[in-house]
Design a protein around this ligand. Structure first.
Ligand code: ATP
Length: 337
């Protein structure tokens, strides 16, 4: 779908892409990197909107330097920043974008209605966009990227500004773009954790350089830390302790976050794939505990890659997962109060 070869982009004061060579196949691919890593720059080059300083790239077999128009005909683009006109409705805007892509009026209206329904916009699609929430605006941006039935879409930070529920809904939609319509997706984020759940393949860049490109399974097997929280019961007044013991008896390594807030309530363990999830679920059920949550914690790129010592990295992840858990609890308390 996408191939780049020693692709560089230099601005007067910064190198945004530095000899990037990467191949992206069909499916859902995550492009992960901290702010300023070069994700948006790469997308603009791939769309033929901005020339590379050096190197080559092709999208769907078309050279970005010479076939930009053909690429944009076949590829949808959801930009990162707010770019929607406030005084027209979602329907008017998406019909307009469909017409710009060359669809005849009737087909443009029909595709617009289907696409807006697919992204979860119903009656509100007739209201002016200016009154929409961030989540609704993100959906309109997604709809305009899909309306001309592209083979591939580039989604630049589609979860930006969304709350956890909105983020999960958006990630679900992104997954369905591929499973329901067979459209391949390149989606950017600065959070590795959220893309691990959504993507078949993950490409990580930092300072414009390729850090890693691998299937999500390979990735998660090496880095997955699960945070598990359970209830206490009369039989097991220390539910977490009972779970820890039962897991140790089954040779599952757990992390100790001694001295950190939340350490008593959250158990961290290294997931070895799907089986670990099933095992934890079964052990929790056998003990008669309630499972409050079991989730893969979000990695920030820097934590995963900047630390060359694997053990030190694992400890840092474990500590940070505890902090995340603590923050989430505080948030939950905040919401509750
Ligand atoms: N037109 C430009 N002129 C000068 N520098 C630029 C320009 N566009 C991007 N840059 C710089 O190139 C680097 C990469 O920017 P880019 O927008 O591609 O990063 P990103 O990974 O998409 O991050 P973000 O999500 O914050 O946009 C940054 O240092 C940015 O300041």
């Amino acid at each position: 779908m996408i191939a780049t070869e020693s692709l560089s982009k230099r601005f007067p004061r910064v190198t945004a892409l530095d000899r990037l060579s990467v191949d992206v196949g069909p499916g859902v691919t995550g492009l992960v990197g901290a702010n300023g890593a070069g994700k948006s720059t790469l997308i603009k080059i791939l769309l033929g909107l901005s020339p590379a300083t050096e190197g080559r790239a092709a999208v769907l077999g078309l050279d970005v330097a010479t076939r930009g128009g053909d690429i944009r005909e076949r590829v949808g683009y959801m930009p990162e920043h707010d770019c929607l006109p406030p005084d027209v409705s979602a329907t008017e805007f998406v019909v307009h974008m469909a017409r710009m892509s060359g669809l005849p009026p009737a087909a443009a209206r029909e595709r617009t209605a289907d696409t807006l329904r697919h992204v979860g916009l119903y009656e509100e699609r007739y209201r002016p966009i200016g009154g929409y929430s961030t989540g609704m605006k993100q959906r309109v941006k997604l709809a305009q990227a899909l309306v001309h039935d592209p083979q591939l879409v580039f989604l630049d930070e589609p979860t930006n500004g969304l709350d956890p529920v909105g983020r999960d809904e958006m990630l679900g939609l992104i997954r369905r773009i591929h499973t329901d319509f067979g459209i391949s997706v390149l989606v950017t984020s600065h959070l590795l954790g959220e893309l691990e759940r959504t993507c078949d393949h993950v490409v990580v860049i930092d300072g414009g350089k390729l850090l890693r490109s691998s299937s999500t399974t390979d990735f998660t097997q090496r880095t997955a830390i699960l945070a598990v929280e359970v209830t206490d019961t009369d039989e097991h007044p220390d539910g977490t302790g009972a779970l820890r013991e039962a897991l140790h008896a089954r040779d599952v390594e757990t992390h100790d976050g001694s001295g950190l807030p939340g350490a008593g309530h959250i158990l961290l363990l290294t997931a070895q794939g799907e089986e670990t999830y099933d095992l934890v679920r079964d052990v929790v059920a056998d003990l008669g505990l309630g499972l409050v949550r079991m989730e893969q914690r979000r990695h920030h790129i820097a934590e995963v890659f900047k630390d060359s010592d694997e053990q030190a990295a694992r400890d840092a992840e474990a500590r940070s997962a505890l902090k995340d858990g603590d923050e989430q609890r505080k948030e939950a308390v905040g919401h509750g109060g």
